[in-house]
Structures are given as C-alpha cells and as structure tokens.
Design a protein around this ligand. Structure first.
Ligand SMILES: [Zn+2]
Ligand SMILES: [Zn+2]
Length: 304
C-alpha cells in the first residue's frame, strides 16, 4: 500500500511527475496491502506451471517431423494422460506446499526489505538485480542439488524429481515436498542479499520457473534466445543430468555451466559431447551407420 492518497501527493513526494509505469503502478497498488501484492506470486506461479509447458505438450502430441530432430531423447514419448498425470501431481504439490509457503513467508519478505513503493526501479536496476539473483541461486542450488545426490538425499527426497529420466516441461517443478522447501532457500537468498522492488521479486520468481521449464522441455532448439547468454546450461545440459539418472554426478547446476566446470562435475557430459563429435565426423566419412541404442547419440547424429 502506498503512503499517498493521490497522484499529486506522490508527485510532491518524488519532486517530479510520475513516469507512465509509476502511474500504472500507483493506480494498481495504492490501495492494496503489501501482503496481497506479495501473494500475487501464487497466481503467477499457477499460470506459469499451467500455461508455459502447454506448447511442449502440443509438440509431444503432434510430433512434427521438422521439430522432432530437436528432441533430445527422441525415442522417449509421453501420452497426453502421462503428461496430465504429471501436471496433476505438480498441482497437488502447488496447493499443499508452494501456495501455503507463499502465504506464510511474507514476514521474511518484509524483514529483508522488499519494497513496493515509489519511485520504481529503473530497467537497468531490475536487470542487474535479476542477474545477481540468478548467479546466487545457481551457485547455492549447485551445492544443495549435489547434496541431494548423496545416498540419503537421493533415496529420501531427490529420487522423486528423477522419476523423469527424459524430462518434460510439466516435470520442472515435479519434486518431493521437502525438495520444494529446500530449493526455496537458494531462490530466496538473492533477494535477501540484494533486496529490490516487489516488481523485481515477481519477475525473479516468474523467470526462474520459466527457465526451469525450458531446461526440462526435452527440446534443444537452436533459436532459443537463452543460447546467447554466456555460460547458460539449457535443456541439453540438464537433460543429460536426468538421462544419467540416480547415479548422476554430473551437471548439477540449475542455470549456468561454470560451477560444474570449476568443480569438475561436467566431465561425463563433456566426454559424451566429445564422443558425439567424433562419431559425427566418422559418419561423414562413412565409418558409422547409426547411433546405436543411446538416445542422445541417435538424436545428435540425426540432427547433424
Ligand atoms: Zn538431480
Ligand atoms: Zn531436473
């Protein structure tokens, strides 16, 4: 809730006219409590979990020949009821854990200093903070995820997320309730260290989940804008982590690739890429007829 009754009062406080974006924000938020604004995240997450994976469901059902070559594990297919079952499980977790967590975590948001007032942050301030949030989340998530691949963490908690050895968009938030809670910490750390505006916080929560859906999409499209982000892992990178499964000691990072490189946990992935490159060259020279039974091999050879 803003401490101004009118736009004129807000202008007098700022010592200038409100920008277009600030006027919209004033009209929208002036009479709404900060708690209510914070709880918008519940609606945003519901929409993201429900809508963003839908184009991927469509692709999986239609199996367009022109796009199938970008499927990372082309031999694995899901029926509509398989995908709907995953969505139903995610929604159950959403209403039992994710939503209530948002409802009760408001005091922590107040404590770290997320603000909802005027002036609004500049676009550059928002972008800079989001970059920091992604870096902090990636680093912290790397270690939490690595811990979850220990015997206890995997058997008790993380095995649920790995039920999908070939991930699909709906499976991005598919996890044990304890994992949902534990991985909330890396997401929270960035805003706690560099607190920003409520709008930045909304964007952070939304973008992080959209990014997770992309990395679980099962498709590695060459035109994806994230391909231009330095050190970005992407779908192929995380798909390998799921493909290897429970024994996976590779590709732990959630967003970027540098943690796995620094700590030497991308060796299996890089070795596989090297072998694939070699096989492709041999294929060009007529030495290999097919990619064998490895779905990764067959995909990469096919998409050559
Ligand atoms: Zn894992
Ligand atoms: Zn995953």
């Amino acid at each position: 809730m803003l401490p101004f009754g009118t736009i004129d009062e807000a202008s007098a406080f700022l010592g200038r006219n409100l920008t277009f974006a600030e006027t919209i924000w004033f009209n929208y938020s002036a009479r709404k409590s900060d708690y209510f604004l914070y709880c918008h995240n519940i609606l945003f997450l519901f929409i993201i979990f429900s809508v963003v994976p839908l184009p991927l469901v469509f692709l999986e059902m239609k199996r367009f020949a022109a796009l199938e070559k970008y499927k990372i594990q082309p031999k694995v297919h899901f029926s509509l009821s398989d995908m709907f079952r995953c969505y139903k499980d995610v929604m159950r977790m959403f209403f039992l854990v994710v939503g209530p967590l948002q409802l009760v975590s408001y005091p922590s948001i107040k404590m770290i200093g997320i603000r909802s007032g005027l002036p609004l942050p500049s676009v550059w301030e928002i972008v800079a903070q989001l970059v920091v949030y992604f870096i902090i989340e990636d680093y912290t998530n790397y270690w939490v995820h690595r811990f979850l691949h220990g015997k206890w963490g995997y058997e008790k908690i993380h095995c649920v997320h790995h039920e999908y050895t070939a991930p699909i968009g709906f499976a991005a938030p598919y996890a044990h309730w304890a994992e949902v809670l534990i991985l909330g910490i890396p997401s929270f750390l960035g805003p706690a260290i560099v607190p920003g505006h409520m709008i930045t916080f909304w964007l952070w929560i939304a973008l992080r989940q959209i990014e997770a859906i992309e990395t679980h999409s099962g498709y590695d499209f060459p035109w994806t804008p994230t391909k231009y982000l330095p050190f970005y892992g992407g779908a192929d990178y995380h798909d390998y982590h799921h493909y290897v499964g429970g024994q996976s000691q590779s590709n732990f990072a959630s967003v970027f690739t540098y943690c796995d490189y620094i700590y030497g946990t991308d060796k299996g992935y890089r070795y596989q890429k090297k072998i694939l490159r070699k096989l492709k060259e041999e294929m060009k020279n007529g030495g290999v007829q097919n990619g064998g039974s490895n779905p990764f091999l067959s995909q990469d050879l096919k998409s050559d």
